[in-house]
Design a protein around this ligand. Structure first.
Ligand code: ZN
Length: 348
């Protein structure tokens, strides 16, 4: 038998779902502001998983991932509790900005404090009301504005528990990534809660492939945690590939970029990735791959200054096998794989 779940002044009984608004500091117009949360409490007790999105207010794929997730019929069989927080940085979301109105980055403000900056207070509230009540977490992100990320999980691959969950998620790529000071992932790890960061797509854009991969990944993690029953179809799944290191390829000069390299491409050391020139094309320079790898992130804006990050290149043991794995993922998350909401057309 399940147990009631307590959050704020709300008590959510087993088998119940509730949408609530967590009050956060109001606007200077005197307008009230709140963080929307939906809690789904299973009939039977089990792990308590939070899914957060838009900690960077302009990263909106995660909001659509959560919308699709909470609509899945399979949640009727949920064991444990699912806490979804689609818009953590409500101020940034309204401004279509990554940051808070005080220009702080919420994901550098964790664990926060009760008496600190607006960002610190929001971070503190999230830790107190969400993280402290959970046993696991998944934080959803996209690339920054004008950049695109291949769907990827970022985690510490040497931690057995996060490694297990990262493989269960099944995104095409797992990137080993150290904990960054002030990030939610860092603060939650200090709490002793395993947490994954999912990155996919671009800020202020929807990306159907990244959204599908996100929904499917969360469901797979929930199956791994036994919050949901195992998959019926034992179709072999595409295996994610793990990159231990990655680096940015930067612009050797300022100019207008003509990219020859797409997201997910396998490049070899010495390959020409792009051309960079002045408006007349007179001072043309090539952008060369400094090592062999897979492009897991790239800029979409062809106007660049010297030193700007152009491509995020991840190193793998065998980049050729990664290219194959990516193809398998493209098929797995294709429009007719029977995933969530078959009645809904894909976003294009
Ligand atoms: Zn982000």
């Amino acid at each position: 038998m399940g147990e009631a779940f307590q959050i704020g002044a709300h008590q959510i009984g087993p088998g119940k779902r509730i949408t609530l608004d967590l009050s956060v500091p109001q606007l200077y117009t005197h307008t009230a502001v709140s963080m929307p949360i939906q809690v789904i409490n299973g009939k039977r007790s089990g792990p308590k998983l939070f899914i957060s999105a838009a900690i960077h207010g302009d990263e909106i794929n995660g909001i659509e991932i959560i919308r699709r997730l909470v609509g899945l019929r399979i949640l009727q069989r949920l064991r444990g509790t699912l806490l979804t927080v689609p818009v953590v940085n409500v101020y940034g979301f309204v401004n279509q900005s990554r940051y808070l109105p005080d220009r702080r980055d919420l994901n550098r403000s964790f664990p926060g404090s009760k008496t600190g900056s607006l960002a610190a207070r929001l971070a503190y509230l999230f830790m107190e009301e969400i993280v402290a009540r959970c046993t696991h977490g998944i934080d959803l992100h996209t690339a920054a504005i004008h950049r695109d990320n291949l769907p990827q999980i970022r985690t510490l691959v040497d931690n057995p528990e996060t490694k297990r969950l990262a493989h269960a998620f099944g995104s095409p790529v797992i990137l080993n990534s150290d904990l960054r000071d002030g990030s939610l992932r860092h603060a939650v790890a200090d709490f002793g809660i395993p947490v994954l960061v999912y990155e996919g797509g671009e800020a202020l854009r929807f990306n159907e492939f990244a959204i599908r991969a996100g929904v499917s990944g969360i469901v797979s993690v929930m199956r791994e945690l036994e919050m949901l029953p195992p998959r019926q179809r034992k179709k072999p799944r595409a295996e994610p590939v793990v990159a231990r290191s990655s680096n940015w390829v930067r612009a050797p000069q300022s100019g207008i970029l003509r990219s020859l390299t797409a997201l997910g491409d396998h490049v070899k050391k010495g390959d020409i990735m792009a051309m960079l020139a002045d408006p007349f094309g007179e001072k043309t320079e090539t952008v060369i791959a400094p090592f062999s790898g897979i492009v897991v992130g790239r800029t979409n804006l062809p106007l660049v200054h010297e030193g700007e990050a152009l491509y995020h290149l991840a190193q793998f043991g065998k980049p050729e096998t990664v290219a194959e794995a990516l193809e398998a993922f493209q098929q797995e998350y294709g429009p007719d794989n029977g995933m969530a909401h078959p009645e809904e057309p894909p976003i294009i």
